[in-house]
Design a protein around this ligand. Structure first.
Ligand code: ATP
Ligand code: MG
Length: 421
């Protein structure tokens, strides 16, 4: 049996090594067998950093986590319905503990019911063989690899393989997960798995997933290192159909996503994944955009952005056709648009001119503020009302166009334009 103890010593941070040893020791104290499972073991074998420790306990995960927390003055959060708990430590680390279990599915794509079982059954219910590995943590066998489904072999060969033929039906999110792992590690999805995936997509299994779960899978996919490539792979395996049957992928779309990737670095880091998502849905009609927002249960903010995608083409045309523009002119066209839309506009227009004005708007014009306020207008003797907003806007435009420097200039501008009539 392969033992990973020395690999643990050499590749993990010291406090994690300590936690893993303690995890085994506490298992012994309670008479439970404890295993590290899933992605953590996979990445340990691959030599990829992964600090997310998932434990499976033959016994009771919640009792175990409570014991762990008590001994290490951590905080425990319990999920009794699932037999799982998370222990949070003071150094910022956390450990998830589950009860090793066999899951039966009351009906496909529903939440699993938890029944106590053994490590074998725990591993069997996992998505792919490479994620179905475990490692013993009890002192007696610390570091022993538990490989019941040839996961290590598939890791070596670079293969994504389901555990059984009904896997995608049991949980269609695995369709997305297959793409995610295949992209991340450059692994092949083996032919039978690919066929089963295709069948599940054709049988419209994803229709049974909640919008939130699909959205989460898209979020995870687009947070991988190369989102344009991720989307290309999704298209290749027909996974885009799970989001919307009208989503198209072609060289034009591929180029657009590539341009989004180039544009993004000059914007804030937080906009990344959603900018790609907007690029993906670009080209759909208003009704289809609505449909997607609804299907994925997007937040109101996100839905608003998706709807605005329908306007991008005409904004680009306008920006491209202006011969000589003033900052105020551009400001008026772009005002209020979220960053992701600005990224999309630059990528869609694909001209130096649009890139320059939108960047200028983003880095400078959008931040311009006037000194004048409604109070000042009152002092000038203007009557309050909706006109105030309009006047302040005009002052802002004049300032954007470089005509006003000081507050005094702003006052004079109002007097000249709105009082002397
Ligand atoms: P990542 O590095 O992206 O976190 P991961 O493999 O750790 O990948 P998680 O979503 O964190 O993935 O899940 C942890 C483990 O739980 C997986 O390795 C897998 O064994 C199991 N798992 C997660 N989701 C599923 C699923 N939908 N079906 C079956 N097993 C799953
Ligand atoms: Mg994980």
């Amino acid at each position: 049996m392969k033992n990973l103890a020395s690999k643990i010593q050499s590749s993990l941070p010291k406090h994690l090594v300590r936690l893993l040893n303690l995890a085994g020791k506490f298992g012994d104290e309670l008479g439970f067998k404890v295993y590290a499972v899933g992605g953590f073991v996979r990445d340990l074998l691959l030599g990829v950093e992964n600090l997310d420790i998932d434990l499976t306990v033959e016994g009771d995960g919640i009792t175990y986590a409570t014991h762990f927390a008590k001994k290490q003055s951590g905080k425990v959060v319990k999920h009794p319905r699932f037999g799982t708990a998370t222990v949070y430590f003071r150094d910022g680390y956390h450990i998830d503990a589950a009860t090793s279990r066999k899951e039966s599915y009351p009906h496909a794509a529903a939440l699993p019911e938890v029944v106590e079982g053994s490590i074998r059954r725990d591993l069997q219910r996992r998505d792919f063989t490479i994620n179905g590995l475990a490692m013993r943590l009890n002192p007696a066998g610390f570091g022993d690899l538990v490989d019941m489904f040839n996961g290590e072999d598939d890791l070596r060969k670079g293969v994504i393989r389901v555990m059984h033929n009904l896997s995608f039906q049991d949980d269609p999110t695995r369709i997305f997960r297959a793409v995610r792992f295949s992209r991340r590690y450059r692994f092949r999805i083996e032919p039978l798995t690919r066929r089963l995936m295709r069948q599940a997509i054709d049988k419209q299994m994803c229709d049974r997933l909640s919008g939130r779960r699909i959205r989460n899978e898209i979020y995870l996919l687009l947070n991988e290192v190369d989102p344009p490539a991720v989307i290309r792979t999704m298209a290749r395996f027909g996974v885009l159909e799970c989001i919307n049957r009208r989503l198209e992928f072609n060289t034009e779309k591929s180029r657009l996503l590539g341009r989004i990737e180039k544009v993004l670095p000059s914007f804030r880091k937080t906009v990344d994944w959603f900018a790609y998502f907007l690029g993906l849905v670009y080209g759909l009609k208003g009704r289809e955009l609505d449909e997607i927002s609804e299907r994925l249960m997007l937040s109101r903010k996100e839905s608003e952005k998706v709807i605005l995608v329908g306007e991008v083409k005409s904004i680009c045309n306008k920006l491209n056709s202006i011969k000589s523009y003033t900052p105020a002119h551009v400001y008026r066209m772009l005002k209020g648009l979220p960053e992701e839309l600005l990224v999309l506009i630059i990528a869609v227009a694909n001209t130096g001119k649009v890139r320059r004005v939108v960047n200028k708007y983003f880095s400078e014009w959008r931040k311009v503020k006037i000194k004048l306020s409604g109070d000042d207008l009152l002092k000038l003797g203007l009557k309050p009302g909706p006109r105030f907003g309009k006047i302040l806007e005009e002052v802002l435009y004049a300032k954007l166009n470089g005509r006003l420097k000081t507050k005094r200039d702003e006052v004079t501008y109002v007097v000249d334009n709105f009082l002397k009539q």
